[in-house]
Write a protein that binds this ligand. Structure first.
Ligand code: HEC
Length: 105
């Protein structure tokens, strides 16, 4: 089961388009620190709140398991970058993320 889930996630990440603002330090830090175990996922995949929870999980479980860690400042930069382009953020308002807009209450 784990293998199946892992493969599905990999497939999602592998066919993605380039990351937003690729020239920025934040984007490069994200690509560097979050690309080691799986592809760096598109920020527009999740909301800012979901990214916060996901980073928590990576920092508390996955990074220690691999014997590495994320600096406080690194985390701030990566989280801000993901939030900036997250689903529901102004700058992520691309056609593939607008579908959910009418779904809320
Ligand atoms: C040491 C390896 C490792 C690193 C480095 C790592 N991850 Fe992960 N990540 C995993 C593993 C293993 C999974 C699948 C199991 C899980 O979700 O906990 C995963 C799953 C994910 C998922 C899939 C969605 C989900 O909720 O499960 C996202 C998104 C993600 N990671 C984001 C990040 C971000 C952001 C960073 C950088 C801060 C990062 N990862 C760094 C190991 C890593």
């Amino acid at each position: 089961m784990t293998i199946v889930v892992g493969f599905a996630l990999f497939t999602v990440g592998a066919c993605s388009k380039p990351l937003p603002e690729p020239e920025s330090v934040d984007a490069q830090l994200y690509a560097l620190r979050c690309n080691g175990c799986h592809p760096a996922y598109q920020p527009s995949l999740m909301t800012a709140a979901m990214w916060g929870a996901t980073i928590d999980r990576m920092v508390q479980r996955q990074l220690p398991a691999a014997g590495t860690r994320l600096g406080v400042r690194e985390r701030e930069m990566i989280e801000a970058y993901l939030a900036r382009h997250a689903r529901g953020s102004v700058r992520a308002a691309e056609p593939d993320t607008l579908g959910l807009e009418g779904a809320g209450p």
